[in-house]
Design a protein around this ligand. Sequence first.
Ligand code: AR6
Length: 177
Amino acid sequence: MEKTISGICIELVRGDIASQPDIQAVVNAANAGLRTGGGVAGAIHRAAGPGLEQECSPLAPISPGEAVITGAHNLPNDYVIHCLGPVYGRDKPEARLLADCYKNALRLAEDNRIESVAFPAISSGAFGYPLKEAAEVAVTAIFMVVPELQHVKKIRFVLFSESDMDIFGTVLSSLEP
Ligand code: AR6
């Protein structure tokens, strides 16, 4: 499914964030230390190789809502944008912190003249954010930033399961900018 807002294509794809070769920057659902981990962070660091942790180490720690950018090493992309999502029920206000991840990631993409960005559903795995709420925050944050974007032309959500696709699809089709 896709939707075009202010000339920017927002699309949903089922798959692995570490296998998006047609996208310039992939977003990592990072930990504060910018180390490898489970879920998205594990997939990204495994595919990128140890050079990614080496490049990340002087940039850590980051705070919930923050984003930093690195090269992509052995991933088939140009950049990785690392976002620390809020832990649901602990880092407050969680909706603002989660929205900040998307907004800060897209601002970094703009600063680096990046044309396409792929996001996972940040915070919705180990950090416990309910997927529907996380999707509403993500889509609303992206709608807010889209009118400012000059370089980014494509924003992709990469979702792990068919049920996650259904939830994001319902949210993306029901919300309006
Ligand atoms: N591609 C796309 N989506 C994925 C993938 C993948 N390869 N793997 C998992 N997901 P999570 P968080 C989905 O836990 O909640 C890590 O251990 C998953 O189903 O990766 O922000 C870090 O080290 C879920 O919907 O990120 C941190 O400590 C979503 O991606 C912590 O987890 C996010 O799941 C970050 O937790």
